[in-house]
Structure formats: C-alpha cells, structure tokens
Design a protein around this ligand. Structure first.
Ligand code: ADP
Ligand code: MG
Length: 212
C-alpha cells in the first residue's frame, strides 16, 4: 500500500495545490511512483498543472487523477509508492476522509489570523474526529516579507500544540510563474527560492517518517 500524504484546508487559496505538487515532485525525483489525487473537482488545479508539465516535457513525471471519493483514489494504491491528496475547500466530510486515510495530513496556512484561526479550528476538528494529533502538521505558506509577522504566526502555531513544519513557502512571483509552466516550488529559476521550498518539503518527508 502506498504512503499517503493529505494536503487539506477548509479555505481556498492557502496553497494546498502548491504544497501537494511540491510534495509529489520531490518524491518523484527520488524515483518514487507518485499519484496526486486531485479532489478539487471544481478547480482541477493539479490536473491542469500536470497537463502543462507534460506539454513542457518536465521531468520527473507525476500522475494526476481526479477523484470524487477517497476510497476510489485508494483502490489502486498498491500501484503507487505515494498518493498525495490535494483537498477541496469547504468539504468537511471529504477533508476528514482524507485526513483519516493519510499517514500525514498537512494543513497549509498563511500567518494572518484570518488564516490561522480556521486552520487550528480544523486541526481540532480532525483530532476530535479521531485523527491522531501527531499526524497533523502545519505548513506556513504564502509568507510575506515581514519577519515580525512570520515570528508571530510561528508562535501562534506552536502555542496550539500542533507540529509546525520547518521551512516556509514565501509568496514569490517565481513560484506562480513556475507553476504556470508545470513546475513546482523547487523548480523555479531561482536557486534561493528552490532551496527554501526544499526545506519545507524535506520537513514533510521527515515528519511522515516519524509518525507513520
Ligand atoms: N508561494 C507562493 N508564491 C506565489 N504564489 C503562490 C504561492 N503559493 C500559492 N500561490 C498562488 O496562490 C494561489 C492559490 O494557491 P493554491 O496552491 O492553488 O491554493 P489552494 O489549493 O489552497 O486553493 C494560486 O494562484 C497560486 O499560484
Ligand atoms: Mg487547490
């Protein structure tokens, strides 16, 4: 059975698809056979991104498929080394299904209270519904250039008791441009941006090994 990493949030636009693609690409680089289960049918963000990746012949290849249900996505789980769920916003039951099926569930969030409060609320709900707290990890995403804001956001997550992943995804035009070309956040044209995104994805890799 494949390793399963879920990327979920009740909010749209927090970076779920960006973190899902980043995770998938970086396991694929290590020769893992990776599938992204794109659960956001209305957006199809990863599905469309993968079309661009194929058109531009970007390696390594990842496969992306759209699914309505978690169980359908897991049906052929033995064909893959890793399944990454890219969650849909506003779907409480599917978010919980993804979290329950995952070896690690990553909650991307910005550092405004508008983002942090619903993120921690979702973490509590997952825990209340039987997801072990240690399997929940918070990823800071779309971070601006204020050190003070970032420090306060990190403190807010630490105070919640949930695991804060090392590394953050900074809000960068280059990340958007890379994804326009079918690339992930470690495949931009800028070494420093790629290295920073790599810290986050390595933290995901390390954490899943610790808690699975
Ligand atoms: N680190 C980043 N830097 C710049 N733009 C980003 C970054 N992360 C995400 N975005 C952009 O923000 C928007 C929402 O990101 P996305 O990953 O699709 O979020 P979600 O899946 O949670 O809706 C997209 O337009 C995406 O290109
Ligand atoms: Mg998305």
């Amino acid at each position: 059975m494949a390793l399963v990493i879920g990327v979920v949030s009740q909010k749209g636009g927090v970076g779920k698809s960006t973190v899902a693609r980043l995770t998938a690409c970086n396991y694929a680089v290590s020769e893992w056979t990776v599938k992204i289960a794109d659960m956001d049918l209305s957006q199809g963000t990863c599905t469309n991104w993968n079309r661009r990746r194929l058109q531009n012949e970007i390696r390594p290849m990842v496969s992306v498929e759209q699914f309505v249900n978690v169980s359908d996505a897991l049906k052929h789980g033995d064909r893959y080394d890793l399944i990454v769920f890219d969650g849909a916003p506003h779907s409480t039951s599917k978010t919980l299904d993804i979290a329950k099926a995952s070896d690690l569930v990553v909650l991307p969030t910005g550092v405004s209270l508008d983002d942090l409060e619903p993120t921690i609320k979702l973490a509590h709900e997952l825990k209340k519904n039987g997801v072990p707290a240690k399997k929940i990890a918070i990823a800071l995403s779309r971070i601006g250039n204020s050190d003070a804001e970032l420090a306060e956001g990190m403190e807010y997550v630490r105070a919640s008791g949930y695991h804060l992943l090392d590394g953050v995804l900074f809000e960068k035009t280059a990340v958007r441009r890379a994804s326009d070309e079918g690339k992930c956040a470690t495949e931009t044209g800028f070494k420093s941006i790629n290295e920073k995104a790599d810290v986050l994805v390595q933290a995901i890799v390390n954490r899943v090994e610790e808690v699975k």
